[in-house]
Design a protein around this ligand. Structure first.
Ligand code: ADP
Length: 334
């Protein structure tokens, strides 16, 4: 299918996949991670061996899946995809592992959400390329050892700290993906606009980039929504005023905060007097899952200087109050 056909069918996931960089050279930004990973892969290629296991951490939409696909592509091997929540029993994992061929890349998204027994099986598989499959229950149970061909595990997690130490330690290479700078997002918007055949001006692209929460997935999504707006309400060209008007319609503010981001700081300031408040309480107040608040909204609010994590809970910074047009309370006198 062509990109235009996918778009016509409103297949957002397919469009997202089509916009993925295919090689390390096409990856925009993340220079350090790219250089380090490039070296790991090159060394493995020269030795003719599967590269060490790779752990990628960082908020959603920063390129973890993309990098996993690139690792497989650069090693010229197939990629097997699964996710932590899909592995509820050790048997699920044993089935996946036993189906691997030598050199395959196995991508486990949200690896921190795997079940405990599966996690323990994975330790052994990563280290010794072997697992014990337990057959039967109770006194009659037997463990059957199963050899697994050398493979490369690529794990992705929103926060490396969520992984138990023994699992984290078994990765030979760990990369933390940071939010992207506006200049990099600008390059991503231009690249995607080229692929999607969207006409946009420099200022239009810069406006989308600066409101993308430091996140390529959001940059690509906003580009498509702004393009819709340009086609329906303007002459199809994404100019600065078109981008501004469209982003206002989609409730993305000048700093890139979306509805959830604003709801979090709003609850924090108005309902909890600026905190400190526990993240679970905050999540209930905005009607969201705790994980969503903690792994999606918070990292960006912290990096934007609106929210701070303290041992006693989350607090709003003076900048958060000001962003909502409120007066910060006076600093407590110690
Ligand atoms: P994650 O797995 O971290 O949630 P993805 O790898 O699925 O994120 O990336 C989301 C989208 O963002 C992809 O469609 C991809 O096109 C784009 N993207 C991510 N990182 C980059 C990058 N460094 N350069 C260009 N596009 C990127």
């Amino acid at each position: 299918r062509s990109l235009t056909a996918m778009e016509a069918e409103g297949d957002d996931r397919a469009v997202e996949a089509a916009l993925r960089p295919r090689s390390l050279d096409e990856v925009v930004g993340q220079t350090r991670v790219r250089d380090q990973l490039g070296l790991v892969l090159e060394a493995a290629r020269r030795r003719g061996r599967a590269p060490d296991h790779v752990l990628l951490s960082g908020p959603p939409g920063l390129g973890k899946t993309t990098l996993a696909m690139i690792i497989a592509h650069e090693m010229n091997t197939p990629l097997r995809l699964t996710s932590g929540p899909a592995i509820t029993h050790a048997g699920d994992l044993a089935a996946i592992l036993s189906g691997l061929n030598e050199g395959d890349v196995l991508f486990v998204d949200e690896i921190h959400r795997m079940s405990r027994p599966a996690e323990e099986m994975l330790y052994m598989a990563m280290e010794d390329f072997r697992v014990d499959v337990v057959i039967g229950k109770g006194p009659g149970a037997t463990a059957i050892p199963l050899e697994i061909p050398p493979f490369t595990l690529v794990g992705a997690t929103t926060r490396a700290g969520l992984l138990p130490g023994p699992l984290r330690d078994r990765f030979g290479f760990t990369a933390h993906l940071e939010f992207y700078e506006s200049a990099d997002l600008d390059r991503i918007v231009h690249r995607s606009a080229g692929l999607l055949d969207v006409a946009l001006t420099k200022e239009g692209s810069a406006e989308i980039a600066s409101r993308s929460r430091g996140t390529p997935r959001i940059a690509n999504r906003l580009l498509r929504r702004v393009r819709d707006f340009a086609q329906v309400r303007a002459d199809g060209v994404v100019t600065h005023p078109v981008a501004r008007a469209a982003l206002e319609l989609y409730e993305v503010d000048e700093l890139g905060l979306d509805r959830l981001d604003r709801a979090v700081i709003d609850a924090l300031c108005r309902r909890f007097g600026g905190g400190p408040v526990g993240v679970s309480t905050l999540a209930v107040a905005v009607g969201e899952e705790r994980e969503t608040v903690e792994e999606v909204a918070e990292p960006f609010l912290v990096r934007s200087g609106f929210l701070a994590r303290t041992p006693r809970g989350r607090i709003a910074t003076p900048a958060a109050w000001e962003h909502l047009g409120l007066t910060p309370p006076p600093m407590p006198v110690e």
